[in-house]
Design a protein around this ligand. Structure first.
Ligand SMILES: *Cc1c(COP(=O)(O)O)cnc(C)c1O
Length: 427
């Protein structure tokens, strides 16, 4: 990559949530291996982000590479309408095995946002089928993030999200206060009051509640008490509202359980997974539900569930996802994530004495440092790279969710680099 490449990129290509007017320069990455990204100038840096929660088994993983190669030499794609194929079947068998017993109907889609749209359509179509089409609104909690498409946006945090900008078109959903009881502190019974109030007032028009179980990701990196999730399940049963768990970020072991809802011993009615599903190789997501809900959905006049992407269950993505789940099923992730959690808790504890640091949160292979003030991205991005790591903060939040395969020494390098950068902010 030369200067003209970077200039072309800057002038012509949009990156996530960026301006076309004077965008911050991007870092060129030309290859990746294990936990390392190789930059266009030859430097190698440790990826603390797992490319947004996804690269759990590391880059250039030989087993995932082989699965992709085998599949591509056989058939990289075939339509899913009226046709099925071994990779989709093998993947869905694993998904049904790994998730809660009631979740045994799978809808595969192309990305997390679409999996959320599908979940919302399932919930709405379910109530139409039951003759209760007035139950079409969604309940949720503040500080959530569910994706960038329209229905998903409508349940993102109203302040951090894009509500103001798209006010005219976004459906008005029902927001409760986010839980205040932290995962690692005593449960406050009153925490559920705001949500209970919403259920009491609006259950007759609510199709479902959607939330990220235990860890709220891009809407604030908040880690809340499992009793909150238990209370949500109870409210859903009491008031006849479906529970959608969005585990697109938390699924597949990230929080120390295979799925975060397991922390509360509950089962959702509808589950969304994505991000780590293919081990970070390509875009794939799934929405799962129970036989009863799935069959009810198909009892509307339409007779079918009304969704079907062109690239639904792309064999290449399914083959890699199937292998990624096979690696998970060998169960090394439990030790890997537990070791990362222990080391993060230990090495993050010394951040507390820095004056710029407001809070530290660790769960599973997730580490969050909340600062008192929002960071200056232009300077901090470079500082991280110069210290040999890839960390991409947003606002006041500096956070990492490294690949599960990171070694203790590499994790030490990662946290030391973060300490260096943050302690420089203090002076
Ligand atoms: C990333 C994310 C999404 C959206 O997934 P995309 O693949 O980016 O569309 C939805 N929900 C949660 C919780 C996420 O973290």
């Amino acid at each position: 990559m030369n200067e003209s490449d970077f200039n072309f990129d800057k002038e012509h290509i949009w990156h996530p949530y960026t301006s076309l007017i004077n965008p911050l320069p991007c870092i060129g990455v030309t290859s990746a291996e294990g936990v390392h990204l190789t930059l266009s100038d030859g430097r190698q840096i440790i990826d603390g982000m797992s490319s947004w929660w996804s690269t759990i088994h590391g880059y250039n993983n030989p087993r995932l590479n082989q699965a992709a190669k085998d599949q591509i030499d056989n058939m990289s794609h075939v339509m899913f309408g009226g046709i099925t194929h071994p990779s989709a079947i093998a993947l869905c068998r694993k998904l049904v095995d790994m998730t809660a017993p009631s979740l045994d109907r799978v809808f595969i889609s192309d990305s997390g946002s679409v999996a959320v749209e599908v979940a919302i359509k399932m919930a709405i179509q379910y109530w139409v089928a039951k003759g209760q089409s007035q139950k079409s609104r969604l309940l949720t909690i503040e500080h959530g993030y569910h994706g960038d498409t329209f229905a998903a946006m409508s349940v993102c945090d109203p302040v951090n999200g894009m509500h103001e900008l798209f006010n005219q078109v976004l459906k008005k959903q029902l927001f409760a206060q986010a839980p205040q009881s932290r995962f690692d502190q005593p449960w406050q019974e009153s925490d559920i009051d705001s949500l209970r109030q919403l259920f009491v007032e609006h259950h007759h028009e609510a199709a479902a509640i959607i939330l990220e179980p235990i860890v709220q990701g891009a809407g604030g990196m908040r880690i809340y008490h499992p009793n909150y999730l238990k209370a949500v399940r109870t409210l859903c049963d009491e008031f006849d509202v479906l529970l959608i768990c969005d585990e697109i970020a938390t699924g597949f072991g990230r929080t120390g359980k295979l799925f975060a809802y397991e922390h509360a011993n509950i089962e959702p009615d509808i589950l969304c997974v994505g991000k780590a599903l293919t081990g970070g190789y390509m875009s794939l997501a799934a929405t799962m539900t129970s036989q009863v809900i799935g069959e009810t959905i198909c009892r509307t006049q339409a007779g079918v569930f009304m969704h079907g992407p062109t690239f639904m269950a792309n064999p290449l993505a399914c083959a890699v996802a199937n292998e990624s789940l096979a690696i998970l099923q060998e169960n090394k992730w439990q030790q890997q994530v537990a070791a990362i959690e222990e080391q993060l808790a230990h090495s993050f504890s010394r951040f507390k004495s820095l004056s710029v640091v407001a809070d530290i949160r660790v769960l599973g292979a997730i580490g969050v440092i909340e600062l008192h003030q929002a960071v200056d991205m232009a300077t901090i991005q470079h500082a991280f790279v110069d210290n040999g790591v890839w960390v991409r903060p947003f606002g006041k939040l500096v956070y990492i969710m490294p690949p599960y395969v990171i070694s203790p020494k590499q994790l030490e390098e990662l946290t030391t680099a973060i300490y260096q950068v943050i302690s420089q902010l203090s002076t």
